[in-house]
Design a binder for this molecule. Sequence first.
Ligand code: FAD
Length: 392
Amino acid sequence: MSKRIRDRDGMYDFAIVGAGISGAATAHELAGRGHKVVLIDQYGPASMASGWTLAGVRQSGRHPAELPLAQAAVALWQDLAERLDGPTHYRQVGNLRCARTDAEAERIKAIVGEHQALGLEMELVSGNALRAMAPMLSPEVICASFCPTDGHADPRSTVTSFVAAAERLGAETRFGQKALALRVENGRVAGIETDDGFVAAGQVVLAPGVYGNDLIAPFGYRVPFEVMSATMMRSVPMPHRDMPVIGVANGDTTLRQEVNGEYRIGGGHEVWDGQLALDPWPQVRPRARSVYELIERYSALVPELADVKLDQLWCGLIDQTVDALPVLDILPEAGGVVAAMGFSGHGFCLGPITGQILADLAEGRTPALPIAPFAMDRFGAAADGTGVELHG
Ligand SMILES: Cc1cc2nc3c(=O)[nH]c(=O)nc-3n(C[C@H](O)[C@H](O)[C@H](O)COP(=O)(O)OP(=O)(O)OC[C@H]3O[C@@H](n4cnc5c(N)ncnc54)[C@H](O)[C@@H]3O)c2cc1C
């Protein structure tokens, strides 16, 4: 167990901004290492991307730089519920990525080859083998990649379990409190100015999702990401099927069945127009056209779902960087604060390992996994971009 960085009354060793999966996992990890931790969120646990997400726990389709993190995360997901003593509803049911055209089939074959070369268990399936895995697929699907060690989990349950476990380890939570600015004294981060006073801390971890740049901009930093809005929907509970997560080559449609039988369906994205309703949790409303197009796509992929009754529609915001990789780094010009943002639609699966990496960085240790590809300074003068596709 590590020694506390500082232990003065009223001062935390670590303040973490953001109670999505990244911040909640970090709070749990640091509290478990014996530190005095506070987790701050302007709304509450899983109130933004970590609640809006499709929540695929996927290694396939990852950038080679991200694959080791995804594999390490999947190893942690196996017994996460036991370690948190709370539900995650993790299911390792596999992930099928389908080809609907000859061009997509070529793409899928290439992905399978690349990932096999990187050591990921993955195969190309078609014909009877594919229909046996997913009889509900349209006959139009030509072939698919299959990764048996992928799966999914329930996002709100998982984040809530991380928070509850962190609290049992002594972490404090401040929900409904907004971080306004980092305070840096003598070149070192000293805490956070919030809308409910100053929170003194020996180190600060920022995991604020799409709002990340607001807190680092005063120090000259900006992660070049575009905020994209992805359309999501959920059905009423349906009879349970043994099925993998089903997606497509270009990531514009993904669906899975939740443990209670509801289908969670997502895909398609556009640049966010900045509108967010609070009722009381943050909500981004989908456009009718985007909903219509997603229904058309998923019904073409899984025709039996064309008639399913929809219970909920929403949009999720994605911090899409120019290279579709996150920033996991220390920012020296911001007093050495630890920053995690720009997960580009991949951060749910990574959550458990992100927590360990951010805890290591916050403690001043070198993480065991290679994180150089996630350095802030890789961007140079890169501009924002919208052309990167989502992997679902
Ligand atoms: C539609 C959709 C589908 C996705 N599908 C997948 C998938 O299948 N698999 C996968 O791995 N990933 C997926 N992702 C991505 C994944 O959900 C995110 O990368 C991940 O949840 C990010 O977690 P986070 O904790 O970093 O950020 P968030 O969950 O966004 O949490 C950030 C938190 O910070 C808080 N905050 C921000 N600013 C402040 C402030 N100033 N003061 C206090 N609090 C603040 C917010 O309220 C929020 O709760 C998807 C995302 C979306 C939107």
